[in-house]
Write a protein that binds this ligand. Sequence first.
Ligand code: CAA
Length: 284
Amino acid sequence: MATVKTIGVLGAGIMGAGIAQVAAQTGYQVIMRDLTDDFVSRGLNNINKNLNRDVQKNRLSQEEAQAILGRIKVTTKINDLAAADFVIEAVIEQMELKKEVYRELDQICPEHVVFASNTSGLSITEMASVTKRPDKFIGMHFFNPVPVMKLVEVIKGARTAEETAQLTIELAQKMGKEPIVVNEAPLFVVNRILVPMLNEAMFVLMEGVACAEDIDKGMKLGANHPIGPLALADLIGLDTLLLIADTLYRETGDSKYRPCPLLRKMVRAGHLGRKTGRGFYTYN
Ligand code: CAA
């Protein structure tokens, strides 16, 4: 397989922008694509904000920050991804939408290019099935906030080639991350354990067992978590979390994984966490 020099990133949301930033910081050329100019500039602004914070904290010089930004090309045209050697997809967690994107991408990108989905728990095998390269299709799951979190889950679908897995593991390492290898299963490893815990915290709140602040304080001080489960749900985004929780419930058919009704209600109300300024907490 060819050496990776240019990484295509599909999606400029929280995860896509984070992945683009880390790729550019570790020396890769990046092409970040989203549907509208507005989405793309929001992603770029977030990267800018993070780099400026690093400059203010003397972790990065102004010149280095400029060089990193200079390696990120943004676009709304999917055809521009033809120049990428490796594509990481971070679009919304909906299977049909992702398949649509991969059908298109399969026509655009050269045959040797690996497609890696940053899905939080959807089937890699199913996404790969709409392409002519299921052997070059893999999961590459980053964690939020991407510049801070060290882990990448590398998920092998039913037809992923060993060579593809090796390339992805090496890429994750070159991006400064620690990979773990996962055989495809709903929600992989971390979310399979984490999401039911966050869901349970919402049931505890909904049942009036304790207030949000005390639930979070309990898990911070009693289980040494860096932030409480409700604050973490706000960080992930409640809409994303609901899509992930629904995947686990649907794929297993096990009622113990049913998403908390409070989560569904908050998503319907548009209270999606930090990104909308209101979730379990309010944000400026
Ligand atoms: N981007 C870049 N850097 C960020 C950041 C962001 N969005 N948010 C925080 N940071 C950095 C800050 O710059 C700061 O760095 P320094 O201390 O070196 O200056 C550091 O992180 C700590 O930040 P803060 O002091 O502002 O806040 P904090 O101490 O509460 O830490 C946190 C923030 C790192 C997010 C911490 O709360 C934490 O680790 N939370 C848990 C995160 C977690 O579990 N993520 C996984 C979510 S699940 C997931 O992503 C999978 C999925 O599919 C849904």
